[in-house]
Design a protein. Structure first.
Length: 293
């Protein structure tokens, strides 16, 4: 029987990035939340391990022979003993690709959750998390899709402060940015940030309180990403100019930006206005928090 689940978009409410170490990796600190919107992953019986991609952004993955969904499935199957019935995946790609939304990592996390249900029901959480972490920096955080504070390379996770449900609007100007190139620009600038977790309360009582606190934080990759893709700056300026936006910021290494709003009505109003103003932009009204399904 087929089973499916949401692969939610990941949003970095802040992203502080430090100087690269001797191994070339950058330490970071980020407060991550997840949207009630994202891709959809389905697991079903098949003749062999396979992946079929569809959806509005499926074409952007054409020719990608080693999708993270398949890598995740192979990694989990490698932990299994004895013969396994073949399974196939369908990925409904609803998020832009290379967009700072953790799409590939979230797709992989969804695949791992489905595979455990269908193939390895006795596999423990720690084992599943180890497989997810082996797939990339966002892998562990995107496995469960719940708010976390990520440190190290993104693999050291601790619970996020208590958060209200956040009404938000996601906007992507239809450009892709290369994460390695963003980091090269970041390194060339030499403006490395502090990566110790900033002081924060045990819980934020309202979105207004959270937005006010976020003003004291930053996304260190925003400036190099805007230099590479000025359209990101256009999105940020457009969102910041709208009265409904409490704060506007880029997520991850771009190009998607988000705005937090005070209420569902204000988020709906903002999304509709941006869609009317910029019909070529991808606009997604959503709620942030998690986990969702």
């Amino acid at each position: 029987m087929a089973a499916d689940t949401l692969a939610p978009a990941k949003i970095n409410l802040f992203l502080h990035v430090g100087a690269p170490g001797a191994d070339g990796y950058h330490p970071l600190c980020s407060l991550m939340v997840f949207a009630d919107a994202g891709d959809r992953v389905t697991l079903q019986a098949g003749d062999a391990l396979d992946l079929r991609v569809r959806g509005p952004f499926g074409g952007q993955l054409a020719g990608e022979g080693d999708n993270l969904v398949l890598r995740a499935a192979r990694a989990l199957l490698a932990t299994a003993k004895g013969p396994q019935a073949p399974h196939a995946f369908v990925l409904d790609k609803r998020l832009p690709v290379a967009a700072g939304l953790g799409g590939g990592s979230s797709d992989a996390g969804a695949a791992l959750r489905l595979m455990r249900e269908q193939v390895r029901p006795r596999l423990g959480d720690a084992e599943l998390e180890a497989v997810a972490a082996s797939l990339g920096a966002d892998g562990a955080a995107c496995l469960w899709g719940r708010p976390v504070l990520a440190e190290g390379r993104g693999e050291r996770l601790s619970p996020a402060p208590g958060l209200p449900i956040l009404e938000a609007v996601l906007v992507n100007p239809g450009v892709t940015v290369s994460t390695p190139e963003v980091y090269r620009r970041f390194d060339a600038g030499g403006a490395f940030g502090e990566v110790e977790p900033p002081p924060m309360p045990e819980a934020f009582e309202s979105v207004e309180e959270l937005a006010g606190w976020l003003v004291s934080t930053r996304n260190d990759l925003e400036a190099p990403a805007v230099a590479l893709a000025p359209a990101i700056g256009d999105v940020l300026a457009t969102l910041a100019d709208e009265p409904e936006a409490l704060i506007a910021r880029m997520s991850g290494s771009g190009a998607t930006c988000f705005a937090l709003c005070q209420s569902e009505v204000e988020a709906e109003t903002l999304a509709e206005r941006i869609m009317a103003m910029k019909p070529d932009w991808w606009v997604q009204r959503c709620r942030l928090g998690g986990p969702w399904d």
